[in-house]
Design a protein around this ligand. Structure first.
Ligand SMILES: Cc1cc2nc3c(=O)[nH]c(=O)nc-3n(C[C@H](O)[C@H](O)[C@H](O)COP(=O)(O)OP(=O)(O)OC[C@H]3O[C@@H](n4cnc5c(N)ncnc54)[C@H](O)[C@@H]3O)c2cc1C
Length: 414
């Protein structure tokens, strides 16, 4: 879907509701708030020239079904609801999506207990159609994959998330809201009756604001008076792609059995909605919150990462995992070998570099990698403090949750 977003519309000097961040979450939140408050004046402020250019535009493109998440967590509930709504929305709006299904593959007996636990979680979360499969079942679904046991999730699929973000933006504009790109919010002041957002075009005074700033979420939350815990630490995730003539090695989505303590790690093989087959991502702590190039380092980002006690606590706990990830990032052969564990025919000659994304990882002061979605509020403002994967899948359900929180905290809603 091509962009029809007017570039550089000046931000209003005042509005009832301001949403900071034009990624898939901020746009979904703006859309939901407008639907619930049709009389309110709403604006979205996005610092880049276009919407959806950070995590929304650099990810695996998978509609997760909700297998992994701890039952009762926000992720579990919002992912299962959000996946259903995402398919419906894509269908209504003519956005490319496909229920291609996924297999989670155990390659040795040591992984079977974790596979059992995933199955238990998936059933508790109400993941539709989840079933246990054996080695033959894996081969039937993915003829080039090998494993001793697996889980098949037929409702996991793929979608064009940047297309979804643009469709949300169209909904917002059609409802009469303002969407200002190239508008970086630099400061937040609260005076009891309103919030003053200073940005690259001047100021916007808003009755209330919702901050959905992805990798910059902690910075804006602190500017609005929130606790600095958790801090966002950026992790760069690079992908390889299969050369076109070897794409037949992967039919849909092949995933490893994750370590429950580090569920986002593990090289997976995913068919992208445009036909590409991606392998990755790696997970390497980065020197900038927009480190799409390995060499991008920003002084402030680096100092904030290194100055956070949680960073050092995390590094002490996970240093050996860090070394493995470093090897995957540095040596294509090691990266391919990790993927060949699931698709043994895969060779270095079958791949070429693709793109990289930067994951906004919330890290607690005590070194804990915050797993669940986190929302908090300060005076007149709500903050999406942690919206990692599967937040793209869950965006419509997250938006509903945020609007409910806004109602509870500020009485917003008509
Ligand atoms: C490598 C990778 C793979 C992933 N795979 C999947 C997947 O397969 N499925 C899935 O569901 N999820 C996946 N995710 C997660 C998903 O991409 C994110 O959870 C989701 O995109 C978060 O959306 P967002 O709007 O919160 O953040 P973003 O898309 O990062 O948007 C935040 C926006 O805020 C803007 N902003 C920041 N600061 C300011 C400021 N001061 N003023 C104005 N604007 C500001 C930014 O420019 C940006 O546009 C993946 C993520 C990564 C990194």
């Amino acid at each position: 879907m091509s962009s029809t977003i007017p570039q550089g519309t000046p931000p209003p000097s005042s509005c009832d509701l301001a949403i900071v961040g034009g990624g898939i979450v901020g746009l979904a939140v703006a859309r939901e708030l407008i639907q619930r408050n049709p009389q309110a004046s709403v604006c979205v402020l996005e610092r880049e020239r276009d919407i959806g250019t950070h995590q929304t535009g650099h990810n695996s493109g998978v509609i997760h079904a909700g297998v992994y998440y701890v039952p009762g967590s926000l992720k579990a509930r919002l992912c299962v609801e959000g996946a259903r709504e995402m398919y419906e929305y894509c269908e209504q709006r003519g956005i490319a999506s496909e229920r291609c299904g996924k297999v989670i593959v155990a390659t040795d007996a040591s992984e079977l207990d974790r596979l059992d636990e995933l199955e238990r979680r998936g059933r508790a979360n109400g993941v539709p159609g989840l079933r246990r499969i054996d080695a033959a079942g894996i081969e039937e679904l993915e003829p080039h994959a090998r494993g001793i046991a697996g889980l098949h999730s037929p409702e996991t699929g793929i979608a064009d998330f940047p297309g979804v973000a643009h469709a949300y933006a169209q909904d917002i504009l059609e409802a009469g809201a303002a969407l200002s790109t190239s508008c970086e919010v630099l400061g937040v002041d609260v005076d009891g009756r309103s919030l003053r957002l200073s940005h690259s075009h001047g100021t916007t005074t808003a009755g209330h604001a919702v901050f959905c700033a992805g990798a910059w979420a902690d910075r804006l939350a602190v500017a609005a008076g929130a606790d600095p815990d958790p801090r966002i630490v950026p992790f760069r995730g690079a992908y390889l792609r299969l050369v076109p003539q070897r794409r037949e090695l992967v039919r849909s989505l092949i995933y490893p059995v994750p370590d429950p303590s580090l569920p986002f790690l593990g090289v997976h093989l995913t068919r992208h909605i445009d036909g590409d087959v991606l392998i990755g991502p790696t997970a390497l702590m980065a020197g900038a919150r927009d480190a799409y190039q390995l060499t991008t380092v920003r002084r402030r980002d680096l100092l904030e990462t290194l100055g956070w006690p949680g960073t050092w606590r995390m590094l002490m706990k996970w240093w050996s995992t860090g070394v493995t990830e470093l090897r995957h990032a540095a040596l294509r052969s090691a990266f391919v070998r990790a993927a060949a564990r699931y698709v043994p025919e895969l060779q270095v000659a079958d791949v070429q570099p693709a793109f990289a994304g930067v994951r906004a990882q919330a890290l607690a002061r005590d070194g804990r990698l915050v797993d669940d979605f986190v929302f908090s509020h300060t005076e007149r403002a709500l903050h999406v403090r942690n919206a990692p994967s599967p937040a793209a899948t869950s965006s419509l359900a997250i938006a509903r949750h945020v609007a409910d929180e806004a109602h509870r905290a500020f009485g917003l809603d008509t």
